[in-house]
Design a binder for this molecule. Structure first.
Ligand SMILES: Nc1ncnc2c1ncn2[C@@H]1O[C@H](COP(=O)(O)OP(=O)(O)OP(=O)(O)O)[C@@H](O)[C@H]1O
Length: 259
């Protein structure tokens, strides 16, 4: 047997082969994904970009195991407890403090009570949420702070697979870039496998090891662009020629996908 394919198989985080996804079965069928083949290795950071309604969230939900393909094969190596989801809305429980919101996944998986507080505090710190605000409820937090709590809630179980659906779309540009910097740094340190849906080309390029461009519906992957940029992505990278060249290349693929 070929050793390269053996090690590739061992490193695989997600594999979709010939995946089709239909909604509304069996009466009115709407095809959201068609013939999707995708392999993501453990520790990659993959962004998905494409025109509105092309099927990005449907693909992300399939990768998360939240949608069962109508046909084809999906294989997700991380067990359900090792997967975390972050959405555009922070979806925090308004009656719980930041700390208690971040704790929720630990309660659901029945983690030891004695370690819960320590783990929540560590996750909130990892998401750069100020400790002075741990006891505040979502109503007293800004949009950026609420998103930090949502990130902490995702980090608290130390997931192997982190799925993010336009998490920073509602934030202003400066804060979005700051959270991009922090998320990329966290990925660099902890090497979870990341799958990130966005409409923002610069965000996709800055964060990722690879950008998938989709067209649709039905959703198909039409380009797979490797992002060969330095491991350390500092703010000044955004103005470099190598970065802007990649942004232009992804943008041109996106334009083609939208026509
Ligand atoms: N549960 C569902 N039942 C029926 N149709 C659905 C369902 N979810 C999504 N769709 C349809 O599938 C298509 C793809 O939706 P999806 O949300 O995956 O696209 P998207 O690329 O993420 O969109 P956007 O960029 O606007 O968020 C859309 O036409 C949408 O209306």
């Amino acid at each position: 047997m070929n050793t390269t394919s053996e090690s590739n198989a061992a490193d695989l985080a997600v594999s979709l082969a010939g995946v089709t996804l239909d909604y509304g079965r069996p009466r009115s069928v709407f095809r959201a994904l068609e013939s999707v083949d995708l392999r993501i290795s453990a520790g990659e950071f993959v962004s998905i970009i494409g025109p509105s309604g092309c099927g990005k969230s449907s693909l992300l939900r399939t990768i998360a195991g939240l949608e069962e393909p109508t046909s084809g094969i999906s294989q997700i190596v991380a067990a359900p407890a090792e997967r975390s989801f972050v959405f555009q809305e922070s979806n925090l429980l308004p009656w719980r403090t930041a700390l208690a919101n971040a704790r929720l996944p630990l309660e659901l998986i029945g983690a030891e009570k004695s370690t819960r507080r320590k783990r929540c505090e560590a996750a909130l710190e990892r998401a750069r949420f100020a400790s002075a605000d741990f006891q505040k409820r979502p109503g007293a937090l800004s949009g950026g702070m609420r998103m930090r709590v949502a990130l902490a809630r995702a980090f608290v179980t130390e997931p192997a697979l982190l799925l993010l659906d336009e998490p920073f779309a509602a934030l202003d540009d400066l804060l979005r870039q700051k959270l991009n910097d922090e998320l990329r740094r966290d990925w660099s340190l902890n090497r979870w496998t990341g799958v990130f849906v966005t409409h923002n080309v610069a965000e996709a390029v800055f964060l990722s090891t690879r950008v998938l461009v989709m067209s649709g519906p039905p959703g198909r992957i039409v380009a797979d662009v490797p992002i060969d940029l330095p491991e350390q992505r500092r703010e000044e990278l955004r103005t470099s020629t190598e970065f802007t060249t990649l942004v232009r290349s992804v943008a041109s693929n996106l334009k083609e996908a939208a026509t």
